[in-house]
Design a protein around this ligand. Structure first.
Ligand SMILES: Nc1ncnc2c1ncn2[C@@H]1O[C@H](COP(=O)(O)OP(=O)(O)OP(=O)(O)O)[C@@H](O)[C@H]1O
Ligand SMILES: [Mg+2]
Length: 354
């Protein structure tokens, strides 16, 4: 799939912009703070309805404005669909998102600075990564995740409010059942997502790194290989004392993690800065093939500053690897020369062919 055109109205530092990117590689260049990342954020929001940069909608509309509008067109073969998203400030000061949802085949994969967290941050960054990826593969994943979070919150509230109540076990009962069922569903899809990523990750990282290093990821859970809700129920049972003492649910997929290793050692503890950045980028690029297969068309790649901190050899490898994608947006302060790329210059919220 590809984005044929996009219009931004009052989006961050863009007052108004009408842009026709190229169907393949778009290099978006310009000095710092001109709107390169903002432009990629807008394209991502147009397709997915979410910003890859922030979960706070209020930051997005241009300062002092009450409405942001994004429109555009996505194409897949002969099919052409118009997209529209609007963010509007309501009287009570909250922001409302409206628009027409993108077609079910439309996907975007974004890479940005915040992705370094997947490699060197805490477990929640890795859980968010795998949930985001699983969401692009399996339409039910995000609804399951939201349901799981609801059940978890209910359980935790019960554990916090009545820690010494004799009736607590009885009141937890129905929540335990749901927690185990939804929790195992979530865990099962995360495992499938990791399995779908493994081979591609190894291939992509070896292709990008100058040293032909090997990267591996594994799903880490206290539940071992268990796949049945009964296993999670039993684990809840075993941790009852600790749960009541701490007032929270101590076992389940909300405590899981991913192990990421470069040549057999933990990337978080031992990876160099460049290796960590390359691993984060490789994770995103490795999503491409499984997501293409799931969606029936290649996703749009939004690569924000993907070349920085990488040495010249690795940069070349990255540029070669993304040639196999369909539509790519690559921001960089210093434009590389890439055969066949359309180069655009961003300056103070305007975009011109370079
Ligand atoms: N809601 C907003 N309204 C108006 N301007 C905004 C808003 N949010 C951010 N900006 C402006 O956008 C500018 C940054 O744009 P962006 O992050 O896209 O820069 P960039 O071109 O990617 O720069 P760099 O090369 O440093 O990454 C900021 O300097 C900020 O002033
Ligand atoms: Mg930027």
């Amino acid at each position: 799939m590809w984005i044929g055109c996009a219009q931004l109205l009052e989006f961050r530092n863009y007052r108004t912009l009408s842009w026709r990117p190229a169907p393949r590689l778009n290099v978006v260049t310009g000095p710092n703070a001109q709107g390169k990342t903002n432009l990629l954020e807008a394209l991502g929001l147009l397709i997915t309805g979410r910003s890859f940069r922030t979960s706070r909608i209020a930051e997005i509309p241009r300062w002092g404005t009450e409405t942001t509008t994004l429109t555009g067109e996505v194409l897949r073969g002969e099919t052409r669909r118009t997209l529209r998203r609007a963010l509007t400030r309501l009287e009570d000061g909250t922001w409302q998102t409206t628009g027409e949802p993108a077609p079910e085949w439309a996907r975007a994969i974004a890479f940005g600075w915040q992705d370094l967290e997947i490699v060197n941050g805490g477990p929640s960054a890795r859980r968010n990564f795998i949930d985001g990826f699983a969401g692009r593969l399996y339409p039910n994943h995000i609804p399951t995740l939201l349901r799981f979070r609801q059940v978890l919150a209910r359980r935790n509230r019960l554990l916090q409010s009545r820690p010494h109540d004799a009736g607590l076990a009885e009141r937890l009962g129905p929540w335990n059942e749901q927690f185990a069922t939804v929790g195992m569903e979530l865990l099962g899809r995360r495992r499938k997502a990791v399995a779908a990523l493994q081979t591609e990750l190894a291939r992509v990282y070896a292709a990008l790194s100058a040293a032909q290093s090997k990267v591996e990821i594994r799903y880490r859970t206290a539940l071992g290989e268990a796949a049945e809700p009964a296993a999670l129920l039993a684990a809840l049972e075993r941790s009852q004392r600790e749960e009541t003492r701490r007032g929270q649910t101590v076992v389940g997929p909300h405590r899981d993690d991913l192990a990421i290793e470069i040549d057999g050692v933990d990337a978080r503890a031992f990876g160099s800065r460049g290796q960590q950045r390359l691993t984060a980028l490789a994770l995103r690029l490795a999503e491409m093939l499984p997501v293409s297969e799931a969606a029936g068309t290649a996703p749009v790649l939004l690569l924000d500053d993907a070349l920085s901190e990488l040495d010249p050899v690795v940069r070349e490898h990255v540029l070669r690897e993304i040639q196999s994608a369909e539509q790519v947006f690559l921001t960089t302060p210093d434009a590389p020369t890439v055969d066949g790329a359309a180069v655009f210059q961003v300056n103070g919220g305007s975009v011109t062919p370079a």
